[in-house]
Design a protein around this ligand. Structure first.
Ligand code: PDD
Length: 277
């Protein structure tokens, strides 16, 4: 696999990053995961816009010009031809002697690699997946796509140890999001997802889904979801660039609705698939 580091394209095995990189020492960086289908990027502009927003929020100067980002992504895809891929793209504050405050001079480190998108196995989508709920122990700026993911890692691991694919996080009695996904619920045919604020990542898949649902009879309302609403939902869905739209059929060991992926999920998935390249 060919990866990108600071202007060079080279085999991933030969990419070296300094142990003094602030991404390694402090988790001082931001990232994106950008899907592509048969060589065509999906929603690249939205991902790059969110990257710019994350960079500005953590005060890392944007290291590339607008069109250069896109050109780099396209080149990386062409160097890694094949099926459906997700580009992982990370920008850190760069290499400097270890000191918490920003270094006076350090060039941002830009790294990107390509991974296959493992679409959920058809049987998994047919059966749905299990999720657990956990308290949201993250910081107050979850709208920034920061590489500092320890609480997310711990939550996802706890889910995995309990045979679940995701942890749905609760803060002050309300659903925020999954450890690496946004959350939707359906009750009596009505689709709902928490509104954007600093407690959740503004997911691109979330936004695409809201857009495609607007054109159907299932317009989504963006309103807080209480824990009781989550537990009473007929359907629960998870969205992300790599998972797309996954139905949760067991929550904390109990069936969600009738325990099978629901009819509204099927409609929504069809609408989402039609938006993909
Ligand atoms: N994560 N919320 C969190 C905390 C996430 O980490 C992600 C995605 C999402 C969904 O965002 P999007 O639809 O833009 O992918 C929501 C990526 C896929 C990851 O960390 O691998």
């Amino acid at each position: 696999m060919i990866a990108f580091l600071n202007g060079d394209y080279r085999p991933l095995e030969s990419v070296c990053i300094s142990p003094l990189d602030r991404g390694f020492l402090f988790g001082d960086g931001v990232y994106e995961v950008i899907p592509s289908y048969r060589g065509v990027l999906f929603e690249a502009d939205a991902h790059l816009e969110r990257l710019r927003r994350s960079l500005a929020a953590v005060r890392i100067a944007d290291p590339l010009e607008g069109a250069a980002w896109r050109a780099m992504l396209e080149r990386l895809l062409s160097l890694n031809p094949g099926g459906d891929r997700a580009i992982y793209l990370q920008v850190t504050r760069g290499v400097a002697a270890r000191e918490h405050a920003f270094p006076e001079t350090a060039a941002a480190t830009v790294f990107a690699m390509v991974n296959p998108i493992r679409s959920p196995e058809p049987e998994l989508a047919e059966r749905g997946v299990a999720a657990i709920t956990l308290p949201d122990q993250r910081w107050g700026r979850c709208d920034i796509k920061a590489v500092t993911l320890l609480p997310n890692v711990l939550a996802r691991q706890q889910a995995a140890e309990q045979g679940a694919v995701e942890a749905i996080l609760l803060r002050n009695g309300q659903v925020t999001e999954g450890a690496a996904s946004n959350v939707f619920v359906v009750r009596d045919g009505r689709v709902q997802t928490p509104p954007l604020n600093d407690a959740i990542l503004p997911g691109i898949t979330r936004r695409v889904l809201i857009d495609v649902l607007r054109d159907t009879a299932r317009a989504c309302v963006e309103q807080p979801i209480g824990e009781d609403q989550l537990r009473a939902a007929d359907e629960i869905w998870l969205t992300s660039s790599t998972k797309e739209l996954l139905p949760v059929t067991r929550l904390d060991g109990r069936a969600v609705g009738d325990g099978c992926p629901g009819p509204v999920w099927r409609e929504a998935l069809a609408a989402y698939q039609s938006a993909k390249p």
